[in-house]
Design a protein around this ligand. Sequence first.
Ligand code: CO8
Length: 257
Amino acid sequence: EYKYENLLVEVENKIALVTLNRPQALNALNKGLLDDLSIFLTDADYDSDIRVVILTGAGEKAFVAGADIKEFANFDGKEGQQLAASGQENVFNKIEDFPKPIIAAVNGFALGGGLELAMASHFRIASSNAKLGLPEVTLGLIPGYGGTQRLPKLIGKGRAMQAIMTADMFSATRALEIGLVNEVVEQADLINRAKEIATKITNNSSVAIKHAIRAINASDKETGFEIEIESFGNLFEEHDFKEGTTAFVEKRKPNFK
Ligand code: CO8
């Protein structure tokens, strides 16, 4: 049995439905939630009762509204870099390279680290109210959980540049159009549709699927991720980061010089 402070896990018919459960903070990724996810992945890897994982968010509003801004607002460069590096290693890269399929069922806002979590998953479906984006530059940061590497791969470099520079959100329809998500359904049908796809996968060879994931993921990705981590840490030393995070906490618009 799986019990966590920040996750709900239901296993049925070889499918694990994992609900990120901090609805009061729109399921923002704090240390506790990331630790729980990392432990779950380690356990699920060995659990023969689990052949497919579905990730979704608690509540009707958000998948995940990002990394927990309140938790890292006072970090310095070294701590920022450490946060990005350990998150990438223990959660995001672990999801991407997980030997069993992980489907993100995006049920609302997927912003910053939330979109990065969905993009690390093997593929994404979304509810029609979903909004997806990487708003880090509004906080004086860049994506730190793989977003600068995975978004251009999924939607093309030009679109990724524009999305990251403007911090604009994609609607579910637009996300479907550009290949950021594979399907869009009504929110009430989202989990059933994810389970339907997962069931189809459980009928196929799990050892073949494991090798397919490995082959599809094989590419030279080290440099980009390292540069992302380094820049992410450096930005914590900038005035804009203090201004951006303080403005968020104080519920006002940032004033970038
Ligand atoms: N972190 C912490 N708390 C959050 C976050 C967050 N990312 N998002 C929402 N919350 C909290 C709010 O502060 C609020 O709490 P409270 O009730 O105590 O004031 C509660 O959740 C509900 O949110 P809102 O009242 O803001 O709800 P709205 O419907 O008005 O707005 C939005 C919804 C538009 C989603 C809005 O909450 C928002 O803009 N959130 C922040 C989005 C964002 O900037 N995300 C990116 C974060 S940065 C990031 O993810 C970095 C990734 C790389 C990290 C690498 C290592 C750290």
